[in-house]
Design a protein around this ligand. Sequence first.
Ligand SMILES: NC(=O)c1ccc[n+]([C@@H]2O[C@H](COP(=O)([O-])OP(=O)(O)OC[C@H]3O[C@@H](n4cnc5c(N)ncnc54)[C@H](O)[C@@H]3O)[C@@H](O)[C@H]2O)c1
Length: 253
Amino acid sequence: MLADDRVGLRHSTRSAIVTGGASGIGKATCEVLARDGYRVAVFDRDELGARAVADAIGGSAFACDVTDERAIATAFERAIEALGAPLDALATPAGILDTTPFMELDAATFLRVYEINTIGTFLCIRQAVNYMQQGSRICTVSSVAGKRGGGLHGTAAYAASKGAVIALTRSAARDLAARGIAVNGVAPGPVLTPMLQASLDDESKRAHLEGSTLLGRAANPTEIAEAIAWLLSPAASYVNGEMLSVDGGLLLD
Ligand SMILES: NC(=O)c1ccc[n+]([C@@H]2O[C@H](COP(=O)([O-])OP(=O)(O)OC[C@H]3O[C@@H](n4cnc5c(N)ncnc54)[C@H](O)[C@@H]3O)[C@@H](O)[C@H]2O)c1
């Protein structure tokens, strides 16, 4: 047997579910995985957007709000019918930004951000595991805000929710190792997506965001998607519980 076969590098028709796949990093992840030969199920609460992405890549689309446990169960069931079992890969970019100033932040806003970014990620991981097998891989999406406590754009609720994604990723890696499932994540810096559009349209905010990186620019969503695709691939077979900064060197400053 070739070494490649042992780690699944020759697995030709891998399957993937991507949450938040209608826009930005999730959309780019769907495109990169489809390019790499995956059968892709696009999940998003924006059903029309998910459909457009799925149509463009030859995948399938499923309406799914990641805070709705019943909707998640139904979407996974239907997606597995379309993809076939087992599920090889899950990416969880679905998320929202919050920029409420610290002293104006209330519990309801904090809870909403946490519900989508953190609990939504957990619920999708837990559901995906039901359909996974040894060698399956998961990639979460945190942020540099989760590593350094905001300071760029997202404020306390966002930073805390993304810090929690880092702890969740490590915890899931520990708990799912016995099943042979690897869990990693990416922590992007500023990325040119609709989430950041308002700031990028403001010249001084754009200069601040771009100037915070060593590369002096924001990332294209595909640059984040390529890192996610690598962490989901058998090529990353010895990487587990890792939170990879994909930030143009931002965290060095
Ligand atoms: N853009 C950046 O600069 C940046 C930086 C670091 C981390 N991130 C993270 O990357 C992820 C993707 O962000 P993006 O920039 O591509 O944003 P985006 O707004 O372009 O895409 C987010 C997608 O998630 C979906 N979504 C939101 N809430 C959902 C829910 N409850 N259920 C299902 N889908 C939901 C939206 O409909 C949208 O399609 C987010 O978790 C974000 O926090 C983004």
